[in-house]
Design a protein around this ligand. Structure first.
Ligand SMILES: Cc1cc2nc3c(=O)[nH]c(=O)nc-3n(C[C@H](O)[C@H](O)[C@H](O)COP(=O)(O)OP(=O)(O)OC[C@H]3O[C@@H](n4cnc5c(N)ncnc54)[C@H](O)[C@@H]3O)c2cc1C
Length: 297
């Protein structure tokens, strides 16, 4: 952090670009000296905890109209969330609740209202461990970036699997996250659930976050199974081995018992000094087993 002659920390210079083109141009000229700031809630915690140094320049992207709001294409069931859409706006949007209910639940579970009024979906995604991620992963999410010269599209799951090792994305501006509503097959019923398990009920970091979406056909067989997990420092991901196993199987006691064991075997969360891996695995398996029981009743 820069300091003045009295040794007092100097605040960064804050730029206020009006367009995405201006924002990426600023980033290109400032390089590592300039950092995009959306709601600033994560950045602030990183500076305060010493995880990141306060940069000399902040590029405030809050005034860029192109990054705001939700565009919905009813025909394709595709929703495009501007990177600056706040978690409060997501939580209270009737459209989001109807089309992407897991995202509404996720937004409800994050921090407290005062933080959610500032915190954005873009910032939550780019934290790599945000509690919105398991919910987003259910809806075939795609990230839309501007890299300074052109637009780029990338499935969220691909970005999550490479982001830590390949930080080139830090030079880009995230424009939006697009989601697609799963199609509902005829004669099937859909069941969805989102759970965040923390060390207390509310305003708590997650230990395990799970998102679940299935369809049950008239013979009580499972279709279109989607399971995503995160929590703590675990990079959220879908559990495709378990999803594939479940497709076409009956939702009965034997299968639910097998799924519990499969999740314990295949889910690989990161543990810490307070909550070991074994607890996180069992919590994740219990959440999914209980949702399958509810759906099968
Ligand atoms: C008290 C408190 C409680 C919290 N609780 C939770 C919680 O329960 N669950 C949870 O998931 N998070 C939690 N957070 C973390 C944080 O609030 C969220 O992750 C939030 O969504 C981050 O969004 P932001 O807009 O504030 O991001 P910022 O802090 O502005 O940015 C975060 C990072 O993303 C980059 N960035 C942001 N937008 C863009 C963009 N469009 N293009 C390129 N780069 C960009 C920034 O450069 C920065 O590196 C909490 C934070 C606080 C302070």
């Amino acid at each position: 952090m820069a300091a003045n002659a009295q040794g007092v920390a100097e605040a960064p210079f804050v730029w206020h670009p009006a367009t995405t083109a201006e924002a990426v141009q600023l980033k290109a000229s400032l390089g590592a000296e300039g950092v995009f700031a959306a709601g600033g809630t994560l950045l602030r915690t990183q500076w305060e905890s010493g995880l990141a140094a306060m940069p000399n320049h902040l590029i405030n992207i809050g005034a860029i109209v192109e990054l705001q709001g939700l565009q919905l294409d009813v025909g394709s069931g595709r929703g495009s969330f501007g990177a600056m859409m706040t978690l409060s706006d997501i939580r209270t949007s009737p459209i989001v609740n109807t089309r992407f209910p897991l995202l509404t639940e996720a937004a409800r579970s994050i921090a407290a209202p005062s933080i959610r009024n500032l915190a954005t979906i873009g910032g939550n995604v780019l934290s790599m461990v945000g509690d919105s991620l398991p919910a987003l992963l259910i809806y075939d999410p795609v990230l839309h970036w501007h890299d300074g010269s052109s637009g780029l599209e990338e499935p969220l799951s691909e970005w999550l699997s490479t982001a830590a090792a390949h930080p080139a994305w830090k030079e880009r501006l995230l424009l939006s996250v697009s989601l697609t509503e799963p199609a509902l097959d005829s004669n099937t019923k859909r069941f969805v659930a989102y759970h965040k398990v923390g060390r207390r009920d509310a305003f708590t970091p997650s230990v395990v976050t799970a998102a679940f979406s299935i369809q049950l056909d008239p013979d009580n067989r499972l279709r279109d199974v989607r399971l995503a997990f995160g929590g703590g420092q675990t990079i959220p991901h879908r559990l495709e081995t378990v999803e594939q196993f479940l497709i076409g199987k009956p939702a009965d006691k034997k299968i639910i018992t097998e799924v519990y064991s499969m999740i314990v075997e295949h889910y690989e969360p990161k543990g810490d000094a307070f909550v070991p891996v074994s607890y996180r695995k069992k919590a994740a398996a219990n959440l999914i087993a209980s949702e399958l029981w509810k759906a099968a009743r």
